[in-house]
Design a protein around this ligand. Structure first.
Ligand SMILES: Nc1nc2c(c(=O)[nH]1)N[C@@H](CN(C=O)c1ccc(C(=O)N[C@@H](CCC(=O)O)C(=O)O)cc1)CN2
Length: 289
């Protein structure tokens, strides 16, 4: 029986944030400029409100400036676009993030396309997605970046490994596939229409669940010894009537089969904000040179 190792994203992210704090202080000393991150929240989605609050808190703890803009759920598309344009023009703002999901009446693609690519610390603008795809320097989406950091910390070189990413979203699946290609993995991007998904997953040395379906990936879909990264954060009600968070992978079933696995919570999630802070410092550096 394999002893499954836990990949502690929470501890990794804490170490990363402590290192960043030192780098931010050195940057401020050298340039006299404090990196600024502006976060835009539209509406009252409770989970989004928590993420935005945590982003603001961790931005300040890292020694950067945090600028929060909260718009009501009824805000119009023009109002959101006008705010993004004002942030593009503000020299004190080096990173801009519009919290997703946006209310249904707002065209998220149009909003993301309005963010200055140099300030696009989420890496969602088509310019950054395109630059990543062709191997140029880009601001890279935070969750996929965090996944690759955890993988490299766990496995060392990823070259030649079979990676299967389950989920083809623009914010996780597609950029993660690009990043894994950049690490010389052989990448399969699987999705809801993939034929015989369990068999495809069983080929993976690296298996990534990024599909947003609670515990869809079962223990017997995992190749013995594989490294499993669970991006899913699903709120479910347990048999006891209490709410809890589960990932896209059946965590208990994976024990004794996977070589290593990220938990939910405490795995990939904390890496998202740590990578956002790293991207903000990168964006500030690039804007000053
Ligand atoms: N503009 C963006 N919107 C969204 C992104 C994003 O990267 N950019 N990602 C998610 C939400 N998100 C950050 O925004 C995020 C999700 C989860 C966590 C996290 O630390 N999760 C904890 C559990 C927290 C909980 O109890 O709910 C964990 O996994 O341990 C941080 C950030 C969608 N929107």
């Amino acid at each position: 029986m394999i002893e499954t190792r836990l990949i502690d994203g929470k501890a990794f992210a804490e170490t990363m944030r402590a290192r960043l704090k030192g780098e931010v202080a050195a940057f401020i000393k050298e340039t006299g400029v404090t990196p600024g991150l502006a976060v835009v929240l539209v509406g009252e989605d409770p989970a989004s409100a928590v993420y935005v609050r945590n982003k603001g808190k961790q931005t300040l703890e890292a020694g950067m400036a945090s600028i929060e803009h909260k718009l009501p759920a009824e805000a119009t598309q023009d109002e959101v676009l006008a705010l993004v344009r004002a942030l593009n023009a503000d020299p004190a703002v080096h990173g801009i993030l519009v919290q997703l999901p946006l209310p249904g009446h707002i065209d998220a693609q149009a909003v993301l396309a309005t963010i200055d690519p140099a300030k696009d610390v989420d890496g969602f603008h088509v310019v950054n997605a395109g630059r990543l795809a062709v191997g140029l320097d880009a601001l890279v989406p935070c969750t996929p970046l965090g996944c690759v950091m955890l993988l490299k910390d766990t496995l060392g070189s990823l070259a030649g490994l079979e990676a299967v990413v389950v989920g083809r979203s623009n914010i996780v699946g597609k950029p993660l596939a690009q990043l894994l290609l950049r690490e010389d993995c052989t990448v399969t991007l699987a999705h809801s229409r993939t034929r015989d998904l369990p068999a495809v997953c069983r080929r993976a040395d690296i298996l990534i669940g990024a599909v947003g379906r609670p515990e869809m990936i079962r223990g017997d879909w995992i190749k013995p010894g594989a490294t499993v990264i669970d991006v899913g954060i699903n709120r479910i009600t347990g048999a006891d009537g209490k709410g809890r968070l589960v990932g896209d992978v059946a965590f208990e079933e994976a024990q004794g089969i996977a070589g290593a696995i990220t938990p939910v919570p405490g795995g990939v999630g904390p890496m998202t904000i740590a990578c956002l802070l790293a991207n903000t410092l990168t964006a500030a550096r690039r804007q000053l040179t």
